[in-house]
Design a protein around this ligand. Structure first.
Ligand SMILES: Cc1cc2nc3c(=O)[nH]c(=O)nc-3n(C[C@H](O)[C@H](O)[C@H](O)COP(=O)(O)OP(=O)(O)OC[C@H]3O[C@@H](n4cnc5c(N)ncnc54)[C@H](O)[C@@H]3O)c2cc1C
Length: 469
């Protein structure tokens, strides 16, 4: 008899495992519930202004062959190479990433540059003691001055916390091993090899990042797998330390032998039945940050050449601006103009989260004027997209909250939590696909991969990635 497996979500993690399990219909009966009306999760693509765009910039990158093969296969190899250009915009000047020493020196000015070098050298002589916070970790590696210029503003906008209240995990997962010295060395080096965080070229699906997941979902549906869109799951039901099914938002109970969940871990645990009360209390302490994407179309094809820019100006609210004219021509087709996406972040309890769209349109319009990136051409259309729970927050001390939850979940038979929200890990697509692949191997072959170790600071499961995605 086949095993009944319910999967919550249709993002990269869920679709990876479900596509592998559903290819064995005699062994596994897969049923999927998704709260949105489309697959792809945070990595979906949408059509606006007659063009295709992603939910913020989505560059796929991995050193893991298995992940890369899976993704390329799922994209049906309809990809194109994109030459990466993503710079930092600070004081209305563009700074290359990785930093080019002479360029940075000229653009920062002699005074600030000397201060950068001295504060870097100071860390060599008297290193920062507390490197468990984001501020301490980055300052020790780059010096305080560089931290303030190139890390503090962006990170505090993104997380809504002081960098002293952020765990160093955020830094160590994303800028691991990269130091000022390695950036400078890379700029001077004649050797073509680059640090793994500094790749110059990446593969991008011609139909947008989400086309990969649209394809996976479609293929499964054609093979008879039921995907229920617009059907949110409330939680799971646990009896005698075993999951016995899930409860939908409308109250319906669905029986299952196993549940694979990629919905935010706190919501799942808080609303499940049969979960230890202490675990529910801990789950309430986990926090997610929301993203508001403001898309606008500007009638010019040549605003700036980057795929995205990190905005380090302190006088703007946006933290990143993407330009979908600069990915692949298939996205904009024959349309004139550039679709920009300005990113804003807030918490659910912030007034801004529920502010009318017109508020975001005004903020974005002002930000564009302040940066001058719109070349004084007025935007003529807007579209606002809200992404709830898009970033698990690595607040200082979060690991102490998460550790007992993880231990508890490991004791529940048949309950598997994977993915960015599901495992409370700041995953990129590749990390979520990796989790999906390893989980399929655990279920099918009885392998014992520790999924909670993916995208932590272990080399075996860590893929270099510097982008703050
Ligand atoms: C602005 C932005 C930029 C990014 N840039 C990059 C990048 O450049 N490169 C990169 O690789 N990654 C990037 N990412 C990260 C990437 O989007 C994620 O790593 C990836 O989507 C995670 O996949 P997942 O399956 O783990 O989770 P998700 O994509 O979050 O999927 C979870 C799924 O569960 C569904 N769900 C949630 N709650 C329920 C419920 N109650 N019931 C039913 N279904 C539910 C959701 O709708 C969603 O479909 C970026 C993310 C953001 C927000």
């Amino acid at each position: 008899m086949s095993q009944k497996i319910i999967i919550i979500g249709t993002g990269p993690a869920a679709l990876t495992t479900s596509s592998i399990l559903s290819a064995r219909p005699n062994k596994y009966e897969v049923e999927i519930f998704e709260k949105e009306n489309r697959p792809g999760g945070l990595a979906a693509s949408i059509d606006i202004f007659n063009q295709t765009v992603d939910l913020g910039p989505h560059r796929f990158f991995t050193h893991d062959k298995e992940v890369s093969d899976f993704w390329l296969e799922a994209s049906k190899r309809k990809t194109a190479k994109v030459k990466r250009l993503t710079r930092i915009f600070y004081k209305n000047k563009f700074f290359s990433y990785p930093l080019k020493p002479f360029e940075a020196l000229c653009k920062l000015g002699i005074g600030p540059s000397i201060a950068v070098i001295f504060s870097y050298l100071k860390q060599k002589i008297k290193p920062e003691k507390n490197i468990t916070t984001f501020e301490g970790w980055v300052s020790r590696r780059f010096g305080k001055k560089l931290f303030r210029i190139f890390f503090k503003t962006y990170s505090e906008k993104l997380w809504g916390l002081s960098c002293k209240e952020l765990d160093a995990d955020f830094a160590s997962q994303r800028i691991k091993k990269l130091s000022l010295a390695s950036a400078v060395f890379s700029a001077f080096s004649l050797k073509k090899t680059k640090h793994k965080t500094l790749v110059d070229e990446f593969d991008y699906p011609k139909g947008g990042a989400g086309s990969v997941y649209d394809g996976l979902a479609k293929q499964m549906q054609e093979n008879g797998v039921e995907i229920h869109f617009n059907k949110a799951v409330k939680g799971v039901r646990i009896k005698d330390n075993k999951v016995i099914g899930c409860i939908l938002e409308d109250g319906t109970f669905k029986e299952a032998d196993s549940i694979i969940s990629t919905m935010p871990i706190d919501q799942l645990l808080i609303h499940s039945e049969g979960i230890d009360d202490n675990i529910k209390t801990l789950a309430k302490k986990l926090k997610f940050r929301n993203t508001v994407l403001v898309y606008t179309k500007i009638l010019s094809n040549n605003l700036f050449p980057d795929q995205w820019l990190y905005i380090h100006n302190t006088n703007t609210d946006t933290g990143r601006i993407s330009n979908f004219r600069n990915w692949v021509p298939e996205l904009y087709n024959n349309e004139e103009g550039s679709v920009l996406c300005l990113e804003y972040w807030c918490n659910t309890e912030d007034e801004l989260w529920t502010a009318p769209n017109s508020v975001f349109e005004d903020i974005a319009k002002n930000d564009l004027q302040k940066t001058g990136l719109n070349k004084n051409i007025e935007p003529n259309e807007y579209k606002i997209v809200r992404l709830k729970d898009s970033y698990p927050i690595y607040f200082y001390g979060y690991k102490d909250v998460l550790a007992p939850i993880v231990e508890y979940i490991k004791t529940i038979e048949g309950l598997h939590l994977i993915g960015r929200g599901g495992s409370y890990k700041y995953n990129n697509q590749d990390h979520s696909i990796k989790m999906g692949l390893l989980l399929a191997d655990n279920i099918i072959n009885g392998a014992e991969h520790d999924l909670w170790a993916v995208n932590t600071d272990f080399d075996s499961y860590q893929e270099g990635e510097n982008a703050n995605s």
